[in-house]
Design a protein around this ligand. Structure first.
Ligand SMILES: *Cc1c(COP(=O)(O)O)cnc(C)c1O
Length: 220
């Protein structure tokens, strides 16, 4: 099937409030342009250099999302144009994003990545760390940051019940954080969960932002 047909097939499964991010990492610009020309305007990348390169080469009405682990020294390259950073996984990164956003008078929208998988390799905050950070956030320590939601990656397993439990746990945490810290803010509304192998399970458990790569572009 064509890239356009792959996107169409996924979109047919999504209700209006759910957004699809086309995860285009490792794919060349010509391939991304096929998706763009079919109407896809949101792309996700996981490496700074690749993200910057594609931003420079592609049309300017694209919404670029950073979905991969960030190093502090590279934050400055993406702040001028990135729409949403999904992968904020430490206070240090948040401080650096705040600093770089302040330099250009931007309020940078971010998601906080939460560790939900049963794997050491995945990045993200534990719940206790998250609540500590939210207190600091509420004390205005990060004036150039807007936290608009949470992100999580489930364990890489065939066990769908485990995946569903992990996503359901993150949805519960999301609702709790929203009620406790953002009850008056409409902007805290994004829950980024689900990739090619598990986006249907993620949607069933409350995701409204799915990050799909190989089902659109083929294997890497
Ligand atoms: C690569 C990647 C995806 C997409 O993975 P697919 O299995 O190709 O859909 C989603 N989220 C993150 C954080 C990724 O790095």
């Amino acid at each position: 099937m064509s890239i356009a047909a792959n996107i169409e097939k996924i979109k047919q499964q999504l209700s209006q409030n759910i957004k699809l991010i086309a995860v285009s990492k490792t794919k060349p610009v010509e391939t991304l342009m096929e998706a763009y020309n079919s109407g896809q305007k949101i792309f996700g990348e996981n490496k700074v250099q690749e993200l910057v390169g594609k931003f420079e080469q592609m049309p300017k009405d694209i919404e670029w999302h950073m979905i991969g682990h960030l190093q502090s020294n590279k934050v400055k390259y993406i702040i001028p144009f990135v729409a949403l950073i999904h992968s904020v996984d430490s206070e240090n990164i948040l401080l650096e994003i705040n600093k770089q956003a302040a330099k250009i008078n931007k309020i940078q929208q971010v998601l906080l990545q939460i560790s939900i998988a049963d794997e050491e390799t995945k990045f993200g905050f534990e719940e206790a760390e998250l609540f500590n950070l939210l207190v600091k956030f509420k004390n205005h320590e990060f004036p150039n940051i807007e936290i608009v939601g949470l992100m999580g990656m489930a364990t890489f397993t065939e066990n769908e019940e485990q995946i569903a439990n992990e996503f359901a746990g993150l949805k519960k945490l999301f609702d709790n954080v929203k009620a406790t810290y953002f009850s008056s803010q409409e902007s805290f509304h994004q829950l980024s969960m689900g990739m090619s192998s598990d986006y249907q399970i993620a949607i069933a458990n409350g995701s409204n932002l799915i990050r799909v790569g190989s089902t659109i572009f083929g294997g890497r």
